[in-house]
Design a protein around this ligand. Structure first.
Ligand code: BGC
Length: 745
């Protein structure tokens, strides 16, 4: 619709109609099968709210949504279409690895393509907006939501979040360049949670955050800032406060920083109930005040809190809230619907992509292969197909390879590892050994309540006991190779799934120990939604492959990697801690005095733990391959423009098989007015090489990207000595160059 007509429409809408656009209800008010992703309060929304609510969350299904849309539009005075939103986090029906895993692929093109398919599958079933990507820099594996993030690094999170957003908003078509229109197969994306949510204190879900302004701006806002040029349709406010001021009532954040400074042009939506929660946070004295604060701060849509639906109308009528604010927010929502083409076709995209198409599965498989990280390999992998191998552990015959955030994924669409192996007719024996969780753990993790929509039936559980007696183990001798597929349950990560301990479930740990008593030739394959404490597993295994939660094609990916049909190329998007007492641990730690160095490891008075190392078990950016690579030290390349820095190096495959290496470029400031991180990732490139092949890698860095905040929060982008390194992890350096940019006036 032309902008002029849209303005005309807004001018004709009643106050209630406009407020309706600012309210989002869960689907249960429209359909009893809707997925509930948060709590619903006691108070039933007034009838007019159900009639005018501009958007709905948590529903899927072309036929159903078509019917709801038809009825709604017919009854709406201006026939404005509803917008159906949902959490499509790592795939709709075809489930890709969790975002934390996808980031380990260091392969943005794949991530973008996958998001395109997720969008097209969603649109085909009526969903036209998703609450993804989550841009929260996440360094604390106790936080269950780390699985939804792109890990610990702001730059990697920014790159991955941008391409995921672009994929959603482009769908599987191309879209018109320069146009803000989202094509039929595309859906609106939503950057969340703005901002700082990844820093929840002690990794406890819904907790507050305590970070400095400097860290907040440099680290936590960076991914959001980077994604702005992809023109996000929405941004979601975080539950937490920043500097004790809750985001959903924080005008400085939503207006001054998000809109003015970062240039955001879309719709601001609250997180579930976060407007109403201003009252629980005790910054307002009731729901009316909460609505007042949020609308003034710039929250356009109140997702599922009583505030707007019960109070906004009265606040306007009594003159507390000017109509101009209502107009502004309703306009933002109408523009989003218009970008989606809903005024022309309220069913846009519904004729589109089939579910689980061959192409979508192909991309999901590639991502599952590339997001798995080989952490250890003492010459055991890849296995030979003719080798007699035991495949053991509860995940061998399980379809539970999705996640709690795969709310529309179906376990029936997932092949098990044993099925994939049987298809290949390999000489393998299966020893499930135990269940994923013990009965007690199932209760603790409420594992039975987290079924995915439409799956009433429990997934078949493994046979075998969780005690110390395991059938079939006596067949395993000291020369035998065992692939043990172990890990967390789906219910142990995602929203509201914080953990204080990061061990494997108890029964699995015991089973592992029993196997390790019989043979040392163990390949441990780990499925999880977060970094786990796997030190003991790694010690006793000859090879460790971290598959995260790999999605629909996970079983095929694991088998291909283990038998060398694919070469592992994933690199860690987040450090794997040495132990839980170390968390949060990340590569970019700010420099300290009392520094521990290689020459003073025994010195008590250095910044260190006396009982464990400082370094994580496996650092950010680390991951092994079946082939070998060399990277040459970097050299500076002269640039025509003085605001650019060129870095050159070469990478070569010096092994026997094709593979991919991720060349990583880090920057360190050597002397600055404030204490700075040890190093920061500034560029990376994934390079695919045949044996013996060599390629040049060139990074061009804009000096603006090197800017940081000085003592008075002024931006500094010159006059500072820098050290730039390249390597294949945050720890391994192939060499460095030093330079100093001119100070600018
Ligand atoms: C989560 C959001 C999610 C929303 C809707 C909230 O509880 O924090 O990330 O998008 O629910 O399901």
């Amino acid at each position: 619709m032309e902008e002029r007509k849209l303005k005309q429409l807004l001018s004709e809408m009643s106050l209630r109609e406009k407020i309706g656009q600012m309210i989002q209800l869960t689907g249960i008010y429209f359909d009893e099968d809707a997925v509930l992703t948060g709590a619903v309060g006691e108070g039933q929304p007034p009838q007019w709210v159900i009639r005018y609510a501009g958007s709905v969350l948590g529903m899927i299904g072309a036929e159903k949504l078509r019917a709801i849309q038809k009825k709604y539009m017919k009854e709406h005075p201006h026939h404005i279409p509803l917008l159906f939103m949902a959490d499509v986090i790592h795939g709709c029906r075809t489930i890709a690895p969790i975002p934390l895993g996808q980031a380990c692929s260091f392969h943005p093109e794949l991530v973008e393509k996958m998001a395109g398919h997720a969008a097209a599958e969603s649109a085909a079933e009526g969903i036209k907006a998703t609450f993804s990507p989550m841009m929260d820099v996440s360094r604390d594996p106790r936080w269950g939501r780390i699985m939804e993030s792109f890990g610990e690094d702001p730059f990697l999170s920014g790159v991955m979040g941008t391409v995921m957003l672009r994929g959603y908003q482009k769908g599987n078509g191309n879209g018109q360049k320069g146009s803000r229109e989202i094509p039929e197969s595309g859906i609106a994306g939503c950057l969340k949670h703005f901002a700082g949510y990844g820093a929840v204190n002690a990794g406890r879900e819904y907790n507050d955050v305590e970070i400095s302004q400097r860290t907040f701006r440099e680290q936590y806002l960076k991914p959001f800032r980077m994604a702005m040029h992809a023109d996000p349709a929405m941004v979601m406010t975080a539950f937490n406060a920043v500097d004790r001021r809750p985001v959903s009532g924080n005008k400085e954040l939503l207006e001054d920083i998000l809109r003015k400074e970062m240039g955001f042009r879309g719709t601001v939506i609250s997180d579930w109930g976060s407007v109403g929660q201003l009252e629980e946070q005790n910054v307002v004295s009731g729901q009316a005040e909460a609505a007042d604060a949020a609308v003034h701060a710039g929250v356009d849509i109140d997702m599922m809190s009583p505030a707007y639906m019960f109070h906004l109308e009265e606040l306007v009528e009594e003159g507390h809230v000017p109509v101009s604010l209502i107009d502004r927010s309703a306009w933002n929502v109408l523009v989003m619907k218009n970008r989606l083409g809903l005024f022309e076709d309220p069913f846009a995209g519904m004729e589109g992509e089939e579910q689980l198409s061959a192409e979508a599965k192909k991309i999901a498989l590639a991502l599952a292969c590339e997001s798995s990280v080989l952490l250890k390999n003492a010459d055991l992998l890849p296995l030979k197909p003719e080798q007699k191998v035991f495949w053991a552990g509860p995940y061998v015959e399980s379809t539970e390879l999705l996640s709690r955030w795969a709310i529309f994924g179906r376990h029936d669409d997932v092949e098990t590892i044993s099925e994939v192996l049987r298809d290949r007719k390999l000489p393998v024996r299966f020893v499930p050994g135990c269940e994923i969780l013990t009965e007690e753990e199932r209760r603790l993790w409420q594992a039975d309540n987290c079924r995915i929509q439409g799956e009433e039936e429990q997934n078949k559980e493994m046979s075998g006991s969780c005690g110390d007696q395991y059938a079939d183990l006596e067949e395993i001798g000291p020369e035998d190779t065992v692939v043990l597929v172990l890990g967390e349950h789906e219910a142990q990560s995602g929203e509201a799934a914080s953990r204080a301990f990061l061990d494997l479930p108890e029964g699995q740990q015991k089973f592992f120990d029993a196997v390790a008593e019989r043979t040392s030739h163990i390949v441990a394959v780990i499925m999880s939604g977060r970094p786990l404490d796997i030190r003991k597993i790694a010690e006793k295994s000859q090879a460790v492959l971290l598959a995260w939660r790999p999605g629909t094609m996970g079983a095929e990916a694991v088998v291909r990697l283990v038998y060398g049909e694919e070469t592992p190329s994933g690199k860690l998007s987040v450090s794997i801690p040495w132990g839980v007492g170390q968390v949060p641990v990340s590569y970019w730690d700010v420099k300290t005095g009392h520094r521990m160095t290689e020459t003073n490891p025994e010195n008590r008075f250095t910044s260190r733990y006396m009982d464990i190392p400082n370094e994580p078990l496996y650092p950010f950016g680390f991951g092994l391959s079946y082939t070998g690579f060399t990277i040459t030290p970097p050299v500076l390349e002269k640039q025509e423009r003085e605001d650019k820095i060129g870095i050159l190096c070469k990478v070569k495959n010096v092994g026997e098989v094709p593979g991919a290496e991720v060349v990583q470029c880090y920057v360190e400031t050597l002397c600055a007015p404030v204490v700075r991180p040890a190093k920061e990732l500034i560029r990376f490139r994934k390079v695919f090489l045949q044996p013996g092949e060599e390629q040049k890698v060139k990074f061009t860095i804009d000096r603006k990207e090197l800017a940081f905040y000085g003592a008075d929060m002024e931006l500094i982008d010159g006059g500072i000595p820098l050290r730039i390194t390249v390597g294949n992890s945050s720890r391994a350096e192939a060499g460095d160059v030093s330079l100093q940019l001119d100070r600018r006036s």
